[in-house]
Design a protein around this ligand. Structure first.
Ligand code: ATP
Ligand code: MG
Length: 425
């Protein structure tokens, strides 16, 4: 029996991987414009990092981590998200000492979560995320939100809803927490066992429960916005004011809480409103985490960030039927007939590639017709045909597949000819 791919993972095949590259390229270019630089951290970290950095009471830590012991008997975990590692690195590399704060970083790479696989939910998926650590200026909150909306817009997505909320500071959160306990406690037995544990550990997360979302007490739960102290209110209105100034529209949803424990003040999600997008409509989640750097052993340095998965981004592109501006095809395919022509085509295809063009040829000793078909399948813009007659004159016939025209050029001219014609388009 052959070995199959693990559940919840996927092979991203040639022809599909271009979509991932395309989105990553757009995201990186937007990051360049906003002056965020790439950070690369390990795929695995000490398990302790996620327990502390993501939070012991979260679904991620309680049920979703791929944890293993290495040969040195250390407990390691495949990273389920990016923020904890970026913050660890910020502390470990003393980035808090940089004269310019916040330190603005982006990352991209695979994340691992042991989840029930379904559409839009994988056990290995690629996240792109941004963290700005070291400033509590609400303008940074607006910048980070503007950045992610810019990425979506640059890819052509339109049917989006930016949802934001404030979770307030510690004082506001505590007051809200008390109100939530009072609200849910008398009827907590009607909720799932997870919610029963959440009541004592982190009642805010009951609002994020996927099982009990329709329980009547959910709709009437106390709103965090009623518990924000003056400072938190002022902070939130600065953020929304900046978004207004940037013409970024948003919906305020007091029920929006993030799955991770470390968030305070601004929390946001971007949802797809495209018809036919599956049940899971969250494309991106983000927010402020002012306590995290200190929790992970650094100074009291505030941070904010977001992450989205490329997989859900692609699903949204497809739900909106946005055309992929990828797969431009080959610049030139060389059709060679006869032994000598085949030998010559080795150097010819190399000449084209050296000139910066994409070029290919036949490696199956096929007849002319089959080679022409291959050129077609590979979407070659030019097909260059080298037969015995051409070879005798040191020339080659170049067909422009888009225009249907053809010309005869010298072998030396080939690369330049194709290049000039492509540039003229
Ligand atoms: P959800 O509520 O959908 O489980 P989450 O709160 O666990 O999301 P985050 O940890 O905030 O998600 O991750 C940020 C983003 O990463 C999500 O908005 C989504 O785009 C993506 N994401 C999270 N889990 C998965 C997954 N298993 N497969 C694909 N993408 C995912
Ligand atoms: Mg999740």
């Amino acid at each position: 029996m052959s070995v199959k791919i693990p559940r919840g993972t996927q092979d991203i095949l040639p022809g599909q991987s271009e979509k991932w590259q395309y989105i990553e390229a757009i995201a990186k270019d937007v990051c360049r414009r906003y002056h965020y630089k790439e950070i690369r951290t390990p795929i695995f970290e000490h398990t302790e990092l996620f327990k502390r950095g993501v939070g012991d009471t979260t679904d991620i830590v309680q049920k979703e981590m791929y944890t293993f012991e290495d040969r040195g008997e250390r407990s390691l975990t495949l990273r389920p998200e990016g923020t904890a590692a970026v913050v660890r690195s910020f502390v470990e590399n003393k980035m808090f000492g940089h004269p310019d704060q916040p330190v603005k970083m982006f990352y991209t790479g695979p994340m691992f979560r042991y989840e029930r696989p379904q559409s839009g939910r994988y056990r290995q998926f690629v996240q792109f995320g941004v963290e700005a650590i070291g400033s509590e200026d609400p303008a940074i909150d607006a910048e980070v939100i503007a950045l992610v909306m810019d990425i979506y817009k640059s890819a052509g997505l339109k049917k989006l809803n930016l949802v934001i909320n404030s979770l307030g500071d510690a004082e506001s959160r505590n007051a809200h927490r008390e109100a939530l306990i009072a609200h849910f406690e008398p009827r907590i037995m009607e909720f799932c066992s997870d919610c029963q544990t959440r009541l004592a550990q982190n009642p805010l997360r009951i609002l994020d429960c996927k099982k009990d979302r329709d329980h009547e007490l959910m709709a009437t739960a106390p709103s965090i916005l009623d518990y924000l102290n003056e400072e938190s209110k002022a902070y939130f209105s600065k953020v929304t004011g900046y978004l207004d100034a940037l013409n970024i529209s948003y919906t305020i949803d007091p029920k929006l809480v993030r799955g991770l424990d470390y968030y305070n003040h601004t929390a946001f999600e971007v949802m797809s409103e495209a018809e036919g997008f599956g049940a899971i409509t969250t494309l991106c989640g983000g927010g402020r985490y002012n306590g995290l750097v200190k929790d992970l052993g650094g100074p009291d340095s505030p941070g904010i960030g977001f992450a989205f998965s490329i997989e859900r981004f692609i699903a949204a592109m497809e739900a909106e039927r946005i055309e992929w501006q990828v797969d431009k095809g080959l610049d030139c395919y060389i059709v060679a007939l006869g032994e000598e022509a085949k030998d010559r085509s080795v150097a010819l295809v190399h000449q084209l590639r050296t000139a910066g063009l994409s070029a290919d040829r036949d490696y199956q000793d096929r007849k002319m017709k089959a080679q022409l078909k291959a050129s077609d399948r590979q979407n070659a813009r030019f097909t260059a045909i080298l037969g015995e007659d051409e070879l005798a004159e040191n020339r080659i016939t170049v067909k422009d597949m888009a225009e249907g025209s053809q010309e005869n050029v010298t072998l030396q001219e080939l690369a330049n000819y194709v290049k000039t014609k492509l540039e003229a388009n």
